[in-house]
Design a protein around this ligand. Structure first.
Ligand SMILES: *Cc1c(COP(=O)(O)O)cnc(C)c1O
Length: 392
């Protein structure tokens, strides 16, 4: 792959054509569990990794490899590997680098499942976890400087779209020899490339924007070869591998990633500005707005501000109860990053496991609505929001 190609071209062509089926216009789904060899020496060489090839699909599979190659190229990484879900990617990566006695520094606002790893599971394995206020860079730098093995970041965050400076915290991590992991699910490689900002591994829930159609789950990581190899070796044994037919669905979605993200970036910016100016809306969290506290950092490290936003209605929860059912062009559902617009309150989606008091402590008002902008015509979305706001 010519590295001078732009992202939209890479998304279509990277990884394609490596599965040898003469004339196929797209990567075939190879639903084979095992791969046969007549030559015993060749079989041995491939199974030892001394020769390229496939042995067993829990380890590697041609269709899955094509998808891994797509994310490797789009994140400009040395290596990539895949998982059954985004959480499998996150937990496999954390368990690979965090063994008893090691320390991770992270933020309080990470994705719900990731938070549970930090609060419940990793401490049980005697991993030391320190979580800082998400946008307090001084506190994060101080925590990192005390010494740690892993710095785990996510930006923009869920559901209030906080922004953290990847380059600044990667420098702090490097100074103490820690590796930096970044969940890039919200931004996608179209809007942000954490490896270019100093991260060692970038993680995606492919279930969201990469797939883009709410019809397949997967996880992908990309980064330094030596590190990705370690995670791969753990994943091939614990078995959280991605299926070939699911990999095909995600790769198919990724071919239109740039088209979808450019559309969603543009629509979200218009919608955020509309909501910001509306008298029924108290607050809008969108990094593309100049009033957003993380706007300057976002401008520095992102090429677009993404399709995710959240906003607070006047009147709290009772307004949410009237407003959400009045929206016509949304799935009232938990996921995000799809071609169709999705909306929901954190109390039934990202932060369902917390109490009202805990949500308040995290700065999540009960009147908050998370809105994932789809690829519909933006005028229809604006009208839909305008009509539904009349019920508030
Ligand atoms: C959804 C999500 C995950 C988890 O991905 P799954 O595919 O649902 O396991 C991780 N991080 C972020 C930011 C997410 O939005």
């Amino acid at each position: 792959m010519n590295n001078n190609y732009k992202k939209g071209t890479k998304a279509v062509w990277a990884g394609e054509g490596d599965v040898n089926v003469k004339g196929a216009a797209t990567t075939p789904i190879v639903n084979s569990v095992a791969f046969a060899y007549d030559d015993l020496e060749e079989w041995y060489d491939v199974s030892k990794g001394n020769k390229p090839g496939y042995i067993y699909s829990r380890n590697t599979n041609p269709t899955v490899a094509a998808l891994e190659e797509k994310i490797r190229v789009l994140e400009d990484a040395e290596a990539a590997t895949s998982f059954a879900t985004g959480m499998a990617g996150i937990s496999n990566t954390l368990f690979t680098f965090l063994t008893a006695g090691k320390k991770v520094v992270s933020i309080k606002d990470s994705y719900g499942g990731t938070s549970k790893m930090f609060l419940d599971f990793l401490p049980k394995y005697n991993v030391d976890v320190e979580l800082c206020d998400t946008t307090d860079h001084e506190a994060l730098e101080a925590a990192i400087a005390k010494g740690c093995d892993v710095v785990y970041l996510e930006t923009p965050t869920n559901p209030t779209l906080k922004i953290i400076d990847i380059e600044r915290l990667s420098k702090a991590a490097k100074a103490v020899g820690a590796i930096v992991l970044v969940d890039n699910t919200f931004a996608t490689p179209i809007n942000q490339n954490p490896l270019q900002l100093g991260a060692d591994i970038v993680i995606h829930s492919a279930t969201k924007y990469l797939c883009g159609h709410s019809d397949a789950m997967g996880g992908l990581i990309a980064g330094k070869k030596e590190l990705v190899q370690k995670v791969f070796q753990f994943r091939e044994i614990n078995g959280a591998s991605l299926q070939a037919d699911t990999a095909y669905m995600i790769a198919r979605g990724m071919k239109t990633l740039e088209l979808r993200i450019e559309r969603q970036n543009a629509s979200a910016l218009k919608i955020a500005a509309f909501l910001k100016a509306h008298n029924k809306v108290n607050d809008v969290f969108y990094p593309g707005l100049e009033t957003h506290t993380g706007h300057d950092i976002a401008k520095k490290q992102m090429r677009g501000f993404g399709g995710m936003m959240s906003f607070v209605l006047n009147g709290g929860w009772s307004s949410v109860q009237k407003f959400l059912p009045a929206l016509k062009l949304v799935h009232r559902a938990a996921s995000l990053g799809s071609v169709s617009t999705l909306a929901g309150p954190p109390r039934t989606t990202s932060h369902v496991e917390l109490t009202e008091a805990q949500r308040k402590q995290l700065g999540i008002p009960e009147g908050l609505i998370r809105y994932s902008v789809g690829i519909e015509n933006v005028d229809d979305l604006l009208n839909d929001l305008d009509e539904a706001l009349k019920t508030v």
